[in-house]
Design a binder for this molecule. Structure first.
Ligand code: KG4
Ligand code: ZN
Length: 338
């Protein structure tokens, strides 16, 4: 039992991914990103599930081929049960169930949010693992959550967004500025060339460790409408400063909540994940916090931050060690809390 090969499948949103792990090592991690949604400025659920259906077989084949193992060597199949888009989840769930039945190997259901957190435990020289307990901040296009992680399977949600996710705030703000979808990375790039104090935006007042981002989007909308009335080329002339100011506000919101979470728990080990963890500003703020506040901060390799099957596989591995398997009757779950 010292070489456990697990095939993992992720299909919760718009990326179809399959990975093969040998224990906590990633042998392959294949991701097919769906381009179709770009022209609509956001993920279209019906198109996403159709694209998953087209992608899933070639993606699984590639993952097995790259790992250079035969499917007969697999010990189990892990899949994302939720949360996510139901139509998308159904594709990965049905595929995983059929394959486990066909091969006669166990099935392991995985919570996508837990996977973003345990992605820190993928064994890779480019990653240092956080030690327990730590605070996990998951920030992506679909999620914004602070979780107290006491152990692999002992997690407590301390706060989450009441409306939009951080990535959504980035993408919607970018859209208001005429940047193509997904605008987060572009907004970040422009922000690095601008003055973060140029245009102050209000921070939302939200109790405890919860977040709210929908008000920011509205105040940016009104601000742009007001300024372009006075000066039609306002956006073009001030793009970098506007982006830097939006980024500054978002980072203040995230850092305020992280500081509050540290104060509340006394835990100074911070691990962030999700697509927005690629943001240059958050990376810089965390590095500063290491020296100014003595935090220990962790960011996984980028390919393990955005949606990927390797993170599903690592949860699968730890569940396998705990003998936590799922029944064939298990169903996908669009709303699935930690
Ligand atoms: O984890 P992910 O690939 O998919 C979801 O589960 O949502 O995250 C994608 C999100 C998008 O909203 C994208 O705009 C945002 O992450 N993102 C960024 C950056 N890179 C990706 N947001 C801000 N700055 C970045 N550098
Ligand atoms: Zn995700």
């Amino acid at each position: 039992k010292n070489q456990i090969y697990i095939l993992a499948i992720e299909s919760s949103c718009d990326d179809t991914s399959a990975a093969v792990l040998c224990n906590d090592h990633v042998l392959s991690n294949v991701v097919a990103t769906q381009q179709i949604h770009e022209q609509y400025g956001g993920v279209v659920p019906e198109l996403a599930s159709r694209a998953h259906q087209q992608n899933i077989v070639p993606v699984v084949h590639q993952a097995l081929a790259k790992a250079n193992i035969d499917k007969k060597q697999l010990a189990a199949i892990a899949f994302t049960r939720g949360p996510g888009l139901l139509g998308s989840l159904l594709v990965g769930t049905s595929f995983a169930k059929s394959m486990s039945l066909g091969l006669g190997i166990p099935l392991i259901e995985v919570n996508h949010m837990q996977a973003h957190i345990l992605a820190h435990f993928i064994k890779d020289t480019a990653q240092k693992r956080p030690s327990f307990p730590f605070l996990a901040l998951t920030i992506s296009g679909g999620h914004t959550q602070i979780v107290l992680v006491n152990d692999f399977f002992d997690l407590e949600i301390l706060g989450q967004t009441l409306d939009d996710a951080v990535g959504e705030a980035y993408d919607k703000s970018a859209k208001l500025l005429g940047l193509p979808y997904p605008g987060g990375p572009l907004l970040d790039a422009h922000a690095q060339m601008g003055n973060p104090k140029a245009f102050p935006f209000p921070k939302p007042k939200v109790d405890g460790l919860n977040f709210s981002f929908s008000g920011l989007k509205t105040s940016i909308l009104y601000f742009i409408q007001r300024e372009t009335k006075k000066q039609p080329d306002f956006i073009t002339n001030h793009l970098n400063d506007i982006c830097a100011s939006i980024q500054f506000t978002i980072l203040e919101i995230l850092m305020d909540k992280l500081k509050a979470a540290v104060a509340q728990t006394g835990v100074k080990t911070i691990a962030i994940g999700g697509g927005v963890a690629a943001n240059s500003g958050i990376r810089q703020r965390l590095l500063e916090a290491e020296s100014s506040m003595g935090w220990s901060t962790h960011i996984p390799k980028f390919e393990y931050c955005t949606d990927n099957a390797a993170m599903i596989g690592i949860v699968g591995y730890y569940k396998f060690l705990n003998d936590e398997f799922s029944e064939q009757g298990i169903a996908a779950k669009a709303r699935y809390t930690l």
